[in-house]
Ligand binder design. Sequence first.
Ligand code: SAM
Length: 260
Amino acid sequence: TSFGYKHVPEEEKSKLVGNVFSSVASSYDVMNDLMSVGLHRLWKDRLISKLNPFPGMKHLDVAGGTGDVAFRVLDRINSVSHRAMQGTLTDIEEDTQIYVCDINSNMLNVGKKRASERGYKEGHRLSWIQGDAEALSFEDGSMDGYTIAFGIRNVTHIEKALSEAYRVLKRGGRFLCLELSHVDVPLFKEIYDVYSFSVIPAMGELVAGDRQSYQYLVESIRRFPNQEKFSQMIKDAGFEGIEYENLVGGVVAIHSGVKL
Ligand code: SAM
C-alpha cells in the first residue's frame, strides 16, 4: 500500500491512536457527519434498536467519549418509561445507570459538555470514566449491556477488549459492536475504495487540517478483521448467539452476542 502504516508496532499504534483523537476531538463531529454523509446517526440509532434498552438497566458504552451512544440509550429508556408511567419516576427507573468509558480525556470532556448542554446532571444516570477497553475497572457480572461504536478497531489487543466485555456482563447480558467493516459488493467496493483512500484523507486535511490521522483511519479499517473473522473472535471470547448485520453493503456492521 502507499501508506506507511501497514506494520505499525504496538506501542506506536497506541500512541498514534492517542494523537488521532487528541487532534481530532474538536473537529470530530463535523468530520463524522461529512465522512458518513450523516449516516452515522442512523447507524447509531440502529445499534440502539438492537440493544433494546430498558428502565433500570446498567449499561456500559466503551470508547464512548462524545456520548453519542449513551445519550441515545438514555433517551430511549426515558421515552419507554414515560410512555409506561406517564412521567412518574419509579424506583426501577432511578436505578438506570449508563457508564461511558473512554481512554481519552479530551473525548470525555466533549461528552460531558454535551451532556450538560442537554440538561443531564452529572452523576445522575450518566457516569464518565476514563479507562482502557482492555482493562475495565468494572466488576465481573455487573452490566446488562455493553456497546462499543467505532472504537474496537483502535484497541491494541481486540481479544482482550472482547474478554473484558464478557467479564463485566451479567449472564443474559448483551454485547453489541458497531464498526466500519468490509464491503464485498462488486463495483460498490471499487467506488468505496476510491472514496476512502482518496476522498477521506483529503477531507481530513481540508476540514481538520490533519491528513495523516485520516489516512491512519482508512488503513485501520483495512486491517480490521472481516465480518466472519470478527464473529469468530467474539465467539472465542465466550459469547453465544453471535449475529451480524451489514449496513450499506458492509461499510459498517453491527455484531452482537450474548453471555449465557
Ligand atoms: N463511540 C463514539 C462514536 O461512535 O461517536 C466515539 C468513537 S471514536 C471514533 C473512538 C473512541 O475510542 C475515541 O474516543 C478514543 O479515545 C476511544 N478509544 C481508543 N482506544 C481506546 C481504548 N483502548 N479504550 C477505550 N477507548 C478507546
